[in-house]
Design a protein around this ligand. Structure first.
Ligand SMILES: Nc1ncnc2c1ncn2[C@@H]1O[C@H](COP(=O)(O)OP(=O)(O)OP(=O)(O)O)[C@@H](O)[C@H]1O
Length: 559
């Protein structure tokens, strides 16, 4: 572990990026404080730090999305000043955001060219250029594929290709591996090595310390807005990095104590959803009165089964993990369970009561907690203060409501409690959710949902974007509630989390449950293989109907 900056000897080319004395203040928060980072040309440089440490702010400054209050930026040895991302792009900087920004209904070529038409037109020249870039860096992108047909990893490659097409020599990737399965992570790292070999520079933000050590040449640690040191990936361990970041031990999701009972809490029988189904959106129960409509459910093309005869049972005290590459029916399963989508066939019972046609509000009141996949679309009102976000989805429940009337004082007080207990780093509860860092937004949602003592929790990527310290805390909260009988449907792209937390594991592929895995023995690689639809000798094929029958056991029957 070395403190301070990398040593650059006199004969080295100028560093690709030099940030000096960068300071950025927001009301009540110093997001970046006198930050100094030197990024060597042709390297992969990882930026790590706990939630709210200031990583995204720093990258937004480098990409021209935000202006620093103080400090200088030099690119290839030359001082620059960016007012917009356009200025940064012109100096060869590209950014791939965590939330992809592609138009689904356009082809890869159209997406790549969009906004950059001046470079190579929109015809044969553009196509040739795309092919050249794709071949040069091993991206394997097909220009005529429709983006909506692509999986997550391919979409990410299109995003990378898009910034390369615009001439980026320095790529900023914001948590690029959060949505990828292990095999896809390896493929991305191969791409990054290719980029590096061609002299490009990559800066990436990540909370996955093992991966950081695998791919980074240099690591900078940021804590509370300032650089606290650099680490050498050749010698550092994940534990050391975690300690440097948050002063905490690296958590493990592993628990093999079983709290699974024989009492079914959630039972899903032959649930089927065809594409193009009309959506039952009930914005008024998701948001407080007067807030904008947060229903963003979309229609999809007709003719395909999005959920195909899904049957499963989750018992009291059981965490059932669903493994799957994004886009294989997880969203539809969640929406059908929450009442945001009406299934075409099948039934859902919660604690013995049929909830198949029940409203979202009634389901929530009946004890369903919901940590959504996309916190911006379904979890938060970004422009509203934290205390309003605490009410979101729980308008009619205590402490937000007393005898049918909103109790704002109690809601505010409870928001302060959640902020304290879940360590949401914020100057106060009056700031907007948008002003929180990604990980702190997530902690607020988890705190809110756990505060209502749900019977059944839908946890989609519960620790996405949170640092190792907060991750441990969220895992503990879920485990503790499980001990008290909580049933959990866990959906996560983090296979270690999925394997470590789940009591039961099932694989979803093209809307069907295709395999079962034993969390005590399965490896992330085996699970990753099964998720791509390939048969894995280590996993058992699912028998949907025996799973349904399983739900018929009574409390007294042994499982
Ligand atoms: N637009 C904004 N307005 C007010 N405060 C902000 C704004 N953007 C960021 N902040 C604050 O600046 C601090 C740094 O946030 P930033 O998003 O840079 O953290 P981060 O290290 O990227 O965290 P995470 O790992 O959770 O994404 C946080 O306290 C955050 O609340």
């Amino acid at each position: 572990m070395r403190q301070g900056e990398c040593v650059i000897n006199a004969s080295s080319p100028p560093p690709a990026v030099e940030l000096h004395g960068i300071t950025k203040r927001f009301p009540g928060v110093v997001a970046n404080k006198d930050i100094a980072i030197t990024v060597r040309k042709g390297t992969v440089h990882a930026l790590i730090g706990e939630n709210g440490a200031g990583k995204s702010t720093l990258m937004k400054i480098l990409y021209g999305m935000q202006k620093p209050d103080e400090g200088t930026i030099a690119i290839d040895g030359e001082q620059v000043s960016f007012n917009t991302p356009g200025d940064a792009i012109a100096r060869g900087i590209g950014m791939v955001h965590q939330h992809f920004m592609l138009a689904d209904n356009l082809t890869v070529l159209e997406n790549v060219v969009l906004g950059g038409e001046k470079l190579y037109g929109i015809g044969a020249k553009a196509r040739k250029k795309i092919k050249e870039i794709s071949d040069a860096y091993g991206l394997g992108v097909r220009p005529d594929a429709l983006v909506e047909d692509l999986g997550v990893a391919d979409r990410q490659r299109v995003e990378i290709l898009k910034v390369l097409y615009r001439g980026a020599k320095i790529l900023i990737l914001d948590e690029p591996t959060a949505v990828l399965v292990p095999q896809e992570v390896d493929a991305l790292f191969d791409n990054l090595r290719e980029l590096k070999a061609e002299g490009l520079t990559v800066i990436f933000i990540s909370h996955k310390l093992g991966e950081v050590l695998k791919v980074a040449d240099d690591i900078t640690v940021i804590r509370r807005g300032t650089t606290v040191g650099t680490a050498d990936p050749k010698t550092a361990t994940p534990k050391q990095l975690a300690e440097l970041m948050v002063g905490a031990e690296l958590p493990s999701p592993e628990t093999r104590e079983s709290t699974v009972t024989t009492t079914p809490m959630l039972k899903v029988t032959s649930l089927t959803v065809a594409a193009g189904e009309a959506v039952v959106a009930e914005p008024e129960v998701l948001v407080p009165a007067g807030a904008p409509d947060s229903s963003t459910l979309e229609k999809v093309e007709a003719g395909r089964l999005l959920l195909d005869d899904i049957s499963l049972t989750i018992h009291k005290g059981e965490i059932l993990g669903i493994a799957g590459v994004e886009g294989n029916g997880q969203t539809e399963l969640i929406e059908a369970l929450m009442g945001m989508m009406t299934p075409d066939a099948g039934a859902i019972t919660l604690d013995g009561a049929d909830i198949t046609r029940m409203s979202v509000r009634k389901r929530r009141e009946g004890g369903i907690g919901y940590i959504p996949e996309d916190r911006h679309r379904h979890g938060l009102l970004l422009e509203s203060p934290l205390w309003e976000n605490r009410i979101l989805g729980h308008v009619t429940e205590a402490p937000n409501s007393k005898r049918g009337i909103l109790d704002l004082k109690a809601a505010r007080k409870d928001t302060e409690r959640i902020v304290r207990e879940y360590d949401v780093r914020t100057p106060g509860i009056e700031v907007t959710a948008a002003s929180l860092s990604g990980g702190n937004q997530q902690k607020l949602i988890v705190g809110r949902e756990m505060s209502h003592n749900p019977k059944f929790l839908i946890a989609a990527h519960p620790t996405r974007g949170v640092d190792v310290g907060a991750q441990a805390q969220i895992w503990d909260a879920i485990r503790e509630a499980r001990r008290d009988g909580l049933a959990v449907l866990l959906i996560s792209a983090d296979l270690d989390e999925l394997i470590g937390l789940s009591d039961t594991l099932r694989v979803i592929y093209r809307g069907r449950l295709v395999a079962d895995a034993d969390p005590a023995t399965v490896t992330p690689e085996e699970l990753g293989t099964a998720m791509t639809g390939a048969a894995s000798g280590h996993l058992e094929a699912t028998d949907n109907h025996s799973a349904a029958a399983d739900g018929d056991t009574t409390e007294d029957e042994a499982r």
